[in-house]
Structure formats: structure tokens, C-alpha cells
Design a protein around this ligand. Sequence first.
Ligand SMILES: Cc1cc2nc3c(=O)[nH]c(=O)nc-3n(C[C@H](O)[C@H](O)[C@H](O)COP(=O)(O)OP(=O)(O)OC[C@H]3O[C@@H](n4cnc5c(N)ncnc54)[C@H](O)[C@@H]3O)c2cc1C
Length: 317
Amino acid sequence: MSNVFILVDHASGKIANTAGELSAFGKRIGGVTALVLAEPGTGAAIAEELKAFEIEKIIIVENVAFSQHGIPAIADAVASVLASHSPKALLISTSARGKEIAARVAVQSNSGLITDAIDISENLIATQSIFGGSFTVHSHVKTGTPIITIRPSAIDFTATPSNPTIENVTVEISDIAKLVSINNIQPAVKGGRPELTEAKIVVSGGRGTNGDFSKVESFADSLGAAVGASRAATDAGWYPHTHQVGQTGKTVSPQLYVACGISGAIQHRAGMQTSKNIIAVNKDPEAPIFDLADLGIVGDLFAVLPQAEAAIIAKKR
Ligand SMILES: Cc1cc2nc3c(=O)[nH]c(=O)nc-3n(C[C@H](O)[C@H](O)[C@H](O)COP(=O)(O)OP(=O)(O)OC[C@H]3O[C@@H](n4cnc5c(N)ncnc54)[C@H](O)[C@@H]3O)c2cc1C
């Protein structure tokens, strides 16, 4: 019985989350093989980190073309390993990078592709939340190897150490995948908080902050959360557009989403309504966000958040 492949995107620096979540989904379908694409001499160290998860096998492909030619070379290598190993499916974490790899591999391997799934069943039926969360779609790939990208934080996982077998595979990268060369890479400057789309907890502020995000940020830090914002807040220049949650911003699906001073417009909901638990803090008891919330607190966020933060800090002591 062939395994399910998971692509470990070590380039994102998020091996633990990616491998943990993808292997948790992969286990439902069958044994899990992690596919590691690495620079020469670095695959073994990545494989070592992967032993923290329930993985049966690790395939290491090392090639200097991955850094020289980027995603086309990575996709080329993945398609080549797929052709030689015929896995049951390939699971990739949803991100701009993950979706580009998935799309290229799907074309190269003549396979069906499902992006941004929020769940997968043991018989490979993927669940997507589409059109701003208005519809839930269940779909199944009928052609080739099912390639499915899965939204980060869509599943809770516990690290379970394993002793996977290691296979080193050599692949030839095609000339067409080398047509673009990378000359220079500048890593984005990141703050100390987790990445919005990958965070387990997101605390977002809206127009109700009146431009003062200090209480939202401080509360987020007490939980180790990422900070998001509504479009009203980003359009006003109160918070960077890169933190906007919603239809024209980012889609998040954390374990906990805390909306502070956000009314709950449909365009905002589109980006957060698949969150597992939603808490809303709003001084208007009629705010639509309360229709969606698992827990609603009617009150002024500037009074509620400091109290909640103090309680969290006290609990941690
Ligand atoms: C094409 C299109 C795309 C869009 N895309 C997005 C998107 O991606 N993301 C997005 O968010 N929006 C988007 N919008 C905008 C969206 O329609 C709303 O205008 C926006 O979400 C409102 O933001 P808000 O909830 O912060 O502000 P408001 O709707 O003004 O709500 C502010 C809330 O704060 C509460 N409040 C005020 N003071 C306090 C206080 N001290 N304590 C507690 N509560 C308080 C108020 O009761 C109110 O409910 C889009 C709109 C369009 C047309």
C-alpha cells in the first residue's frame, strides 16, 4: 500500500507546524512519507527534526537548483518523485509558495488539484470553505495523484516521535525549470509575533480601537497570538495592510480568534469564520459579530482586554 506524501516546506522555517499538521491529516489516509527538498548537505538535519512526528519514511532530495532556480526546480523535483513513487496523495501547506508548487506539480503530473482545504477525510474527500465562507464544498480528485493544499492551523496535532526510514533520491532538474535564476533574496523583516496565517490564536482589532492597538497587541502577547485587523483599521492607516483579515485580506483559521471592536461585516467574516473558536468583544450588543461568536463580551475593549490579560498572566504564574 503506497503512502501519503507530505511536502515539508523547510524554506518557510516552519518545519514543526507544517510537518505536524500535514502528518496528522496524512495519518487518516495511510502511512506518511515526508518529502524533503534541500540544499546539498542539509537534508539529514531536516530529517532529524522530522523524527518528532509520526512519519514512516523520509525521502530526501538534495539539489543546488532549489536555491538557484526556486519554485520551478522544486516543483520539477516533486513531480519526478511522484512519478517514481506513485503516492496515494500529496499534501502541501497552503501559502502562496505552497500553492504555486502544488499548481506546477499538478500540471506536470497531469493530476487534479484542490487548494486551501480545511479538512480531508480518510477517503481523500477534501472540505473547502468558499465564497467568503458562504458555502462548504466537499470534493475529490479523480485524475492522477490527488494534490491537496491544506490551510495552516486546520488541525491540532501532538508531536509523536518516530523512527522513519530514510531514502536519498537524486533527480535531474529539467532545463525548462531552470529558465529563471534567483540573483538575490532578502528575507522579510519579521516581528516577534507568530505569522498571521499560521498562528494558533489571532487577536484582531477594528474601528473600535479608534487607532490605538496597544491593548490589542498587549492582550495578543499575553496569549502568544498574532495580531490581525479589520479593513476599517488598515484603511485608516492604524495597522499595516499585511495584517488585514477578510475577503481582500488574509484568511485565517486559528484555534481561537478574538475580534475586538469589529462589527462582523461579511467581508471580514470571510477571512475568519472557519476559526475553531471565536470570541467577540464589542460594546454594541447588536453587533453582527455576536451571531458568529462562541463567546461574546459586551463591553469596551479598553476595559475588557486589560482585565482578560491580567487574568491570563495570573493563571500563568
Ligand atoms: C469589496 C470589499 C472588500 C472588503 N474586504 C474587507 C476585508 O478583507 N476585511 C475587512 O475587515 N473588511 C473588508 N471590507 C470592509 C467591510 O465591509 C467593513 O467595512 C469593515 O470590516 C468594518 O470594519 P470594522 O468592523 O472594524 O468597523 P465597523 O464596522 O465600523 O465596526 C466597529 C465596531 O467596533 C465597535 N466598537 C466601537 N468602539 C468600541 C470599543 N471601545 N470597544 C468595543 N467595541 C467598540 C462598534 O460597536 C462596532 O461594532 C471590505 C468591503 C468591501 C466593499
